[in-house]
Each structure stands twice: as C-alpha cells, then as structure tokens.
Design a protein around this ligand. Sequence first.
Ligand code: CU
Length: 595
Amino acid sequence: MANSISPFLVVCVVALLASSVASATVVEHSLYIKNLTVNHLCSDQVVTSANGSVPGPTISVHEGDTLVIHVVNQSPYNISLHWHGIFQLLSGWADGAEYVTQCPIRPGHSYKYKFNVTGQEGTLWWHAHSSWLRATVHGALIIYPKPNPFKPNPYPFPTPYKEVPIILGEWWNANVVDVEKQGLTRGHTPNFSDAFTINGKTGDFYACSEHDTYKLKVVPGKTYLLRIINAALYNPLFFKIANHTLTVVAVDAIYTNHYVTDIVAIAPGQTTDVLLTSNQSVGSYQIAAQPYITVPGDPPINRTISRGILVYDYEGPTPPLNPVNRVALPAFNDTSTAFTFFSNLTGLTEGPKWVPVPLHVDEHMFVTIGLNLIPCKPGDATCEGPSEQKISAAMNNHSFVFPETLSMLEAFYFGVGGTYIDFPNYPPSRFDYTEPSLKSDLTSIFAPKGTTAKRLKYNDVVQIVFQDTAFISIESHPIHLHGFNFHVLAQGFGNYDPRRDEKKFNLVNPHIRNTIAVPTGGWAVIRFQANNPGVWLMHCHLDMHVPWGLATTFEVENGPTPSSTLPPPPKDLPECLISDNILRSSKPGQVVDAE
Ligand SMILES: [Cu+2]
C-alpha cells in the first residue's frame, strides 16, 4: 500500500500541470484593413488603415504568449502584415513578408497570423509589408516580461511610473501607392513626404495643425518609459525633448547599458526605449522629430519638423505659465551626432535575453549596398532618372526582384526549383566602394535583376560586412533582417579594411538589433546565428529602395530534429497564382496539413 499512488495526488498533479499549461496565454486580435479619411495640413486624404486609426492599435503580449491576429482585408489593395523583430521560431509562415513567406491577402480575403513570442521582450512594431502601405498601416507591438510574482519590477531599470509608445511617422498628402508607382515608372526618386508625425499628429510647424499636435502630459518628478518607434518610410530621424535628458535602456527589443543623451538618432525600422524623468520646472517643453539627411549635397528632401509638447500636469496653487521651451536641433545632415549615438550603444550582458557573441564564424560575407541604374528601354519617354536611366538598387550587384506567382517559403517547403538563384558572399569585383566619382560611373553602375537567396545550414554563424557604395550617392541604408537579431560588432566610414577594422570589433558587449543603420559612405559588421529554418528577407527599410532591389534573402535549412524543422503551412495561407495542386504534386508524399 505504501508504494501505491494516491488518486488524490494524481488529481493534484494533473491540476498543477493543467494550470501551468494554461499560463501560456493566447492573445487574440482582429485587424480590419480598410479605408480611412484623415485630415492633415488643411486637406482630407483617404488612406489605408488598420481598424480605422493611424497609428493602428498597440498590441501587447507577455513573453511566452501565443499571438493570434485575424487580418481581414477590406481595402482595395493586396496586403500582408509583418511583425517586425519577432523571431518567428518555426513559424515563418507568419512573418508576413509579401512573396517571401506568403502571397498577399487579396481584397476581400483574410489570414490568421499565429506565432509564439519567445526569447525576447521590449518594444517592437507591426506594419504592412506590401507596397508603401506601411505608411499608414502600422502600430506598436510590446512584449512585456513574463509575469513573475517574485519579481515586482520585471525590468533591468527602475520601474517607470508610466509607459508611452511614441510612433514617429511620415505623411504624404497623396495616395502612397500612387507615389511609389510614380517613382518606379519615372525611375527617379519619388515625391518626398509632406510632413512627419508623432503618434499620428503633425504639430505646430505645419499649416492647419494647431489642433493636430501631440501632447504628452507628465506628473512632476516621475520617470516615464518612452517606447520610440521610427515608422517613417524615408528618413532616419533625430528625436529630442527640450531641456530634458533621455536614458537609452533598450533598442530593437533588447536591453542596452544605460546611455544618457539629449538626442536620439533612430532609423526607419528601429525602436529605442528611453527613460524620461520630469525633473525640470513645471511648464511645457517642445518635443521634436526632425529628419537626419544622409545624402550629401542639397538633396530635395522634406526638411520639415514634427513638434509635440511635453506638458507638466500640475495641480498646485500656481498654474504653469512657462512658454513652450523651444528645442535646439542639430543640422539636418549632422552625421557626427548620429554616429556618436549609434556607436555608443552597448549590450546589457547581465540583462534578460542577452545572447553572447558567437565566436566561430561559418559564413563570412561582404555585402555592398547602394543604388544603381537599369537601362531604359529605347523610346521609353517615362524614364527620367540620372543619365536618362532608371534608378535601381542592389546588394552585391544583385538587384532583388520579388517573385510574383509563388512565395519563396512555399518554394522552399515544397521543393519547387527555379524560383531563386544563389546570392554570393562577395561582390563580383573589388573596387573603391566610396570613391565619389562612382556617382555616375556608367561602366559598373548597372546591376542585373533576379530573385536571390543565400543558403545556410541550420545554426550556421554568419558575419556580414555591409559596405555602402557611392553609386549615384552615398546614403545611410537601414538594413533589416527578418527572423533574427544580430550583434553589431563595429561600424565606421570609408571602405572597410579588415586589417584595420577587425581590431575594432566589440565581441564582449556589442548591442543587438534587427535593423542596422549602416553609416553613410561607410560600413558596419554584424553577426548572427541562423537557428530558424525558413526563408528570411534582408532589406533596406527605406521603402523606395525595396522595389528598386536593395534586398536578398537567407534560406535556412531544417535542422536534424522535428523541433528544428519548419512545420507545414497553415490551411488558410493566402493562395498564390501557382495553384495548390501544382505545389502538392511537386513534392509527392508531402501533405499540406492543418496547424
Ligand atoms: Cu536603402
């Protein structure tokens, strides 16, 4: 009898197991993609929105949760949604990169994105990954640390009094899909935006905007966590609050050592978490988001400023009468301020989710990034780019083209050959990458078009040196990698020189990111481990540069076990133009199963 198991105990153990399983919450949202009329700068504009607001809703989860998002496309455009910075471990079908991991959700159709949020916490965001629709279809995606009753403050910094998402955006008084089309047809830079926004508001710099100004109310003497996201399509930005310092504590949802600054530089695609303490005299202070222009000379770029106000909420006997304290901003082209910010960030090695730098490298890559030209067809009068050609863009002289009939992930999963070709580890030739005369060098400025993938073995460690080129112009390209975070080992200006620059690698506490702003006319070195099978897009996050071709992909093989193998696609994965039957017959025995 002493060895028998009490039925009561069994019930208790089962109940305990059930409760621990139940603690992995499923967070469910519906996003309806539909038209919305927005009034900015004295006029109405019909835009595409998620649930009728710009920015769209903030999605919050705890690490360990499963996120389910029903996307219903009631808009006139094809769409897909990307969960920017989410690892998508074994859930590549939910990554949302149009024609890379799925075909688009067509008007009138829907798709359920379902994925686990594991191994990361902090500020990310979600956005459309079709055409330029992310201009108005985006929102914050906040991952809170796993609830822990023994750890009342879950953060590696003092508990903030309040947390505030700050989404910086860019506004066109036009239909952005038309602006993109115009850029592609004419072959030169499309019309620049008309305004920048802070949480969807333009601010008093612009016409008709007195009531279109973002206000952040703070209680004196408190510390706030600002979760800053750059959702702009075209510009890195400087962000500043008059008379206040900001303490950076995380970037791209990974903690950093505290870095105290009076200005934040943030490239499209990046996030930056800062602590703000309301320790100044009671009053109002300007908040500003200003473009950081990385193209030298005098490019015709939107040089306006979005301004908001930080207001001290004060209930004492004397009402706050201070005039708005104006913010002093750097020059639009202040590369040294931007570089100081980016190169001073270091990773919080003792913090949650820190990953040490892999010290052994399996794949060394040197990837040139920049603009190029494609020849115009004879007699094509719409071709208005430099040297009467069309602007294009490339990595390693390969100008990326998205497939149109089948997603790359389906081609990978079903073994459909001929969809993409190999992406090389090096450019076809070595040259003086940042030599200014390359600007109009018609002997080497053309890059062939094609769909490319760099094939990686499961768990390969990849090091990439990104090298900006001077074709057409140098520029800071924010390169975003889907599916992985990477360590930023070093960055600098001019041509990368391994003998000189390898000595600068930070292998101890480099910061970790998913989007790196490669310095204009310079280079940056990153390292990541390909621990997730699937096809992962790597691209410039300046939206015109993607259809021009500044992208490639990584095809990561399955690992040796079921837990390192990409599962079958969900049943409701949007249909491609290649029919399901062809896919099924292309890999006999492979059954398309439910999730
Ligand atoms: Cu770019």
